[in-house]
Design a protein around this ligand. Structure first.
Ligand SMILES: Cc1cc2nc3c(=O)[nH]c(=O)nc-3n(C[C@H](O)[C@H](O)[C@H](O)COP(=O)(O)OP(=O)(O)OC[C@H]3O[C@@H](n4cnc5c(N)ncnc54)[C@H](O)[C@@H]3O)c2cc1C
Length: 504
């Protein structure tokens, strides 16, 4: 079957390679001039920066992708464990390093930094999170999302319901399990892995902490963007055709069924199925025209879901110093974490004292001289919008530069020198992400997981419009590399099933 894919992000390319391997004739139209979407390693002078994802979790998703489409992942790229996985530093000067792939070592570190009681509480929390992961992984992550009614019919429904406790927020779980504010901050931060507010995100997001600990935190030598290139090569190997700088303007419908696309240059392309890797709200509000009941319902659901947070980042090229090198992932927590979520989701303003994430890969393939250190600094931010009710206008370069300097001041105040060894500083705003990969408002993960119903409001992989499929961070099961890779597989399987039915 002829299949059109809109967008060469990770989700679009993972679906494309699997579909081409299954024998379909796949063509990808990408609006920008490169593949990979948000997953990107960029060189600026002597430094390479992972300007999108800088942490790979649940690598099994990509091991499966590479294995099913050709050579092992390990034959294509050097995937290395990041230990410690995180160096968490707090405003009161205390610090704890979480070990990679070892609960034992992490509990030892919590005992030494905080107390044995805190370690016991974290261990107990991880047991709760493990239960939630066991229950939720199959119906909510590894399969297409069924209706709430079909979940209701599961024989273990009542037991599972009490274990998952969808009425409980991540914050409420912290209130029950953890007494040390610092551990509560660490748990809260997992809400931001899906761009959400821990006070609204469901407790089941604690399973991300369990998954990170159990399946590890990983880096890819040369930068995570290396994986986008390898996925692209896999597509090429299986005969996928790519057209870069070729935005799609419309998804064509014939008698309510998707039958192809119209490109911005006016060319019409017919196909048996259309896979959209563009943001779901853009797909349904802009690419698909019409006012059918089905479309109205989807648009209503998408309008109800809250955009995930966006990111403001600094790409810092520094000369090496005598200071002890930073760990791969360092988190500088502020004194008050809630002001960050109030600022982003309620006031829609940049955060005065944000949590600061610093990625210092210590990877010789990411610098051109031994005397160089590249730091990728990311703080959470409101989405870009000219309307102050919806977001922050990130087009003011003077403000952006002052804000960048305030962040550098805050990093230096925590004992990490920047200015006296700074060689290059590049700022990236939500507006730039919106313009480069058509991410509405520059939101990092599409829609957030704010609210118990968020998963059900997200676009389904198999659209109610026949012949149309949605893949990527704004579709089921959600954002972040592991889930996006899974969405590629779910879409390829759904089209495979349909193809089998029609050839019978
Ligand atoms: C700063 C940042 C940090 C992140 N950190 C992490 C992390 O550490 N770990 C992690 O797992 N994830 C992280 N993520 C999230 C991760 O990058 C995304 O979830 C994932 O890459 C999204 O993939 P996607 O398939 O949804 O496609 P996207 O990357 O959103 O790509 C969509 C593609 O579609 C194209 N497109 C859109 N509209 C059209 C059109 N009309 N016609 C043609 N083409 C179109 C776009 O140009 C783009 O190339 C981060 C993201 C950002 C921005």
């Amino acid at each position: 079957m002829k299949i059109t894919v809109i967008g060469a992000g990770v989700g679009g390319m993972c679906a494309a390679a699997r579909l081409a391997k299954a024998g379909h004739e796949v063509t990808v139209y990408e609006g920008s001039d490169r593949v990979g979407g948000k997953l990107r390693t960029e060189w600026i002078g002597r430094y390479a920066f992972d300007t999108g994802p800088s942490l790979l979790t649940l690598p099994a998703v990509y091991r499966d992708f590479f294995l099913k489409t050709g050579k092992h992942m390990g034959q294509e790229m050097e995937v290395v464990s990041v230990n410690p996985s995180f160096d968490y530093r707090f405003a009161d000067g205390s610090q704890v390093k979480f070990a990679n792939l070892s609960r034992y070592e992490t509990l030892k570190a919590i005992t030494q930094s905080f107390s044995p009681q805190s370690a016991a509480q974290w261990d107990s929390l991880m047991r709760v999170a493990e239960k939630m992961w066991d229950i939720s992984r199959e119906p909510f992550i590894e399969s297409e999302l069924k209706s709430p009614l079909s979940l209701f019919k599961r024989p273990t429904f009542i037991k599972d319901l009490f274990a998952i406790a969808p009425w409980k927020s991540l914050r409420q779980l912290a209130d029950e399990q953890l007494t040390d504010t610092r551990l509560r901050f660490i748990l809260d931060r997992y809400a931001t892995y899906s761009g959400s507010d821990p006070r609204k995100a469901p407790a089941v997001l604690s399973s991300i902490a369990f998954v990170e600990e159990t399946f590890g935190a990983w880096h890819i030598k040369g930068g995570l963007g290396t994986m986008a290139d390898a996925i692209y090569e896999r597509c090429i190997k299986h005969g996928v055709t790519f057209h870069l700088s070729t935005p799609v303007q419309e998804i064509l419908l014939t008698k309510g069924k998707a039958t192809g696309v119209m490109l911005a240059n006016g060319e019409r392309v017919e196909s048996g199925a259309v896979v959209s890797n563009a943001d779901a709200s853009f797909t349904y509000n802009t690419l698909v025209a019409g006012k059918s009941y089905k479309l109205k319902k989807i648009r209503k659901n998408l309008a109800k879901s809250e955009a995930s947070l966006a990111g403001f980042s600094l790409l810092l090229g520094l000369r090496a110093s005598d200071e002890a090198p930073l760990e791969h992932h360092t988190i500088l927590f502020p004194e008050d974490y809630d002001q960050e979520f109030d600022s982003i989701f309620s006031a829609k303003k940049p955060v005065a004292n944000p949590t600061i994430y610093i990625c210092s890969p210590n990877d010789a393939k990411m610098v051109k001289s031994e005397n160089s250190v590249g730091l990728f600094v990311l703080v959470n931010a409101p989405v870009h919008s000219k309307d102050p009710q919806s977001g922050w206008d990130w087009s003011d370069e003077k403000f952006n530069s002052e804000y960048a300097n305030k962040i550098i001041d805050q990093i230096e105040a925590r004992g990490i020198s920047i200015r006296d060894r700074l060689e290059t500083l590049t700022i990236r705003t939500p507006l730039q992400l919106q313009e480069s990969v058509n991410a509405p408002g520059g939101s990092i993960y599409g829609s957030s997981s704010n609210g118990a119903r968020a998963a059900f409001l997200r676009a389904k992989n198999r659209s109610p419009i026949k012949g149309l499929y949605c893949v990527g961070g704004s579709a089921h099961p959600g954002g972040g590399l592991p889930l996006v890779g899974i969405s590629g597989e779910l879409v390829a399987n759904a089209i495979g099933e349909r193809a089998k039915r029609t050839t019978k």
